[in-house]
Design a protein around this ligand. Sequence first.
Ligand SMILES: *Cc1c(COP(=O)(O)O)cnc(C)c1O
Length: 502
Amino acid sequence: MQYKSTRNSELRLEASQVITQGISSEGGLFVPEKLPDISSELSDMAELSYNELASKIFKLFLTDFTDEQISYCVENAYAQEKFSGEPVKLKSLSAHDGNKHILELWHGPTCAFKDMALQILPYFLTVSLSKSAPNKEAVILVATSGDTGKAALEGFRDVPGTKVIVFYPQDGVSPMQKRQMATQEGKNVAVYAIEGNFDDAQAAVKKIFTDSQMKASLAEHNFMFSSANSINWGRLLPQIVYYFYAYFRLCKGEGLAVGEPINVAVPTGNFGNILAAYYAREMGLPIRKFICASNSNKVLTDFINTGVYDRRRDFYTTSSPSMDILISSNLERLLYALSGENSTVLSGWMERLSARGYYDVGSEVLAKVQDIFFGGCCDDSATAKAINSIWHNDAYLLDTHTAVAFDVYRQYVEATGDSNTPTVIASTASPYKFVSSVLGALKPLNIDDNDEYGNISQLEALTGTKAPSQLKNLRDKPVRFDVTIKNSQAASYVLKTLGIGE
Ligand SMILES: *Cc1c(COP(=O)(O)O)cnc(C)c1O
């Protein structure tokens, strides 16, 4: 299988090249030339373990990897000691208002779904580099507003042939996120706080990436920059697997017959997770409707309802911060598919978005979007209400992001009357990762956002659930990284970390 770009349909590259490169040179995103159709093989796949299923799907897409290389990636990424058992779990709720099945994607090292992709990307990347740039060491630079930085640190930690350096805004992450990064273990990791906000951290990283002198200094010492950001095909591909896995668990545990349709509801930010479900459908998984859930930053809800993508609006800081986003980059891949893979039309929309802040896909593409997508949104107070009601009705504790998806699924059932189709709701974080908001939803009292360990104990006592040990253990881990730097010092700290220069 080869890959082309959303903005250049003529391009053809191998999987290892698109994973190494991340983004196409004309600014487009890499997409498979043609998605494999495995609809006739579903029955045979139903009994596979998670890792077997992952290997089977990866082989279809990573055709310049050997079988041994794919096994190496899968076995290291989804190892028992990292995920304790099967990497994802499906829990079914007693169905009086809908047919709800929760796909828990947060059993990895950082308790959020980004682990599913960021645990395996480093292995995809080092295998890819061994083909295109042997003997080079990859330097991963990350600017983060919280979740991605920690997940990248854990993913790349002690992976041979890689170094990872994370910059986060000094005042832009939660106390728990700061602690997660400051106590990071591993011989190949470094973390710096940057004075300023997320945009300052991102600007610093972008500047380093494009600085030709930096590139030359690195090359001289056999290093090269690479990126782990969410548009890399190597982050999308691993997410396709768990939708198949969830479907087969429904067949086995809930009596679903192979071939019967399901819905999928996803709390959405950059549109990566839900796009992976769309690709699963294109490969033959019977998905009827994609329920795309946004928080108050409802740019996608408006898009699905009107066909106009418009980022010219206020940005809200919400209780589901990993979905606080106004540009959902991966939507470009969906629109490429729905516009008949017309890279000229697509490039026009994307140019319009960057020049004027909006684009309109027109009635034909809009009809295709609405045929399979339902879009809805949910503010912080409705998010808290959903956490409270699911806890009291189903004794299941939701995190804030997952709660947004629950509320929008409720809206979907109300709007369509479709309460029968089994619906897989992607649960993207442990409730303990956003403990202060979750506790506040159950118990409206004065909550000290900075006392996260006190809040963890309270939530455990109130619900009889247990916080993941990954979060609890951080309390006693020594701080390894406590340096705060100015934006302008970032480049020299990269060189220093790599042992280059002064
Ligand atoms: C990143 C993230 C999301 C959004 O996922 P996208 O793939 O960007 O749409 C949702 N929930 C949590 C907890 C996340 O970390």
